[in-house]
Design a protein around this ligand. Sequence first.
Ligand SMILES: NC(=O)c1ccc[n+]([C@@H]2O[C@H](COP(=O)([O-])OP(=O)(O)OC[C@H]3O[C@@H](n4cnc5c(N)ncnc54)[C@H](O)[C@@H]3O)[C@@H](O)[C@H]2O)c1
Length: 310
Amino acid sequence: MKPFCEAILMHEKGTGTIGQIDGEKLIGKEKDKMSKDVMIVTGAGQISMAIARRVGAGKKIVMGDKNLENAKAIAETMNNAGFDVEPVGMDLSSRESILGLIAKAQEYGEIKMMVNGAGVSPSQAPIEAILKVDLYGTAVLLEEVGKVIAEGGAGITISSQSGWRMPQLTPEEDRALATAPTEELLGLELLQPENIRDTLHAYQLAKRCNEKRVMAQSVEWGKRGARLNDIAPGIIVTPLAVDEFNGPRGDFYKNMFAKCPAGRPGTADEVADVAEYLMSDRAAFMTGSTILLDGGATASYYYGPLQPEK
Ligand SMILES: NC(=O)c1ccc[n+]([C@@H]2O[C@H](COP(=O)([O-])OP(=O)(O)OC[C@H]3O[C@@H](n4cnc5c(N)ncnc54)[C@H](O)[C@@H]3O)[C@@H](O)[C@H]2O)c1
């Protein structure tokens, strides 16, 4: 006997009959069972692509990027490798645009997975843009996807080791970053221009906020039976990191990976290794967490050769 899905395909094409299947109603039901899980991805960059390739086989992947050409290029690469990726233009710094991406994904079914790999780095953008995209945009995305994520769903956002280098904030500041209503975030005292030294400081604050937001939002996601986690990578070779190597802090970054215990920068596929675990059922007890994945650079920054001079 033919396998069930093959039989249905033959029936749809009019090339066969469905022997033991009783009527169109059952066919519709069985077809639903075969419908794809939907994965929403922001940022058509190297980290997003590596994760999408690792966990996205057989899923409908809706991939948004401010630069539609980036999304189209990744979609072409992945679709030529057997994935099902739809590129979409979207801007993480806009709630309206995030809602548009979510609506597009929902055309294919309930959203089961989310990967947030969109972002700008300290050498790529001014303070205001870093806060708007990396901090505010991420907070809105976690909130809006958290309202619709499917039961059993899982999400990942990408913060950075940078958030671990900044001195501790006060408990009140941490709480505000975690729980302030999204539309009030950019009005917080610690995020005002006079309190931000430079783009690196803005990036550190944004990435610290990502971690706090993941903690608070994981509680909301949990109410829907879904999980939300975060990966804080060190230097991962991608176009974003190459901009940093060629930017004003290039020597600082090269020194960082030379003197970290791993002695090299990481790859997007190593981030995908951790993401694969976090998004799998094996991580069912894990939510609201941030995993630091930096070749030991943070350890060396506090207790090894990367310690800043006093
Ligand atoms: N590469 C690293 O060393 C490193 C280290 C730590 C954290 N990260 C973080 O990882 C994430 C992914 O970075 P990557 O290294 O894969 O970079 P990448 O440059 O390969 O991809 C980032 C993508 O985000 C898109 N993007 C930028 N602004 C956007 C916006 N407003 N809306 C939608 N898309 C937007 C860019 O067009 C780009 O395609 C970022 O949040 C970054 O801060 C990267």
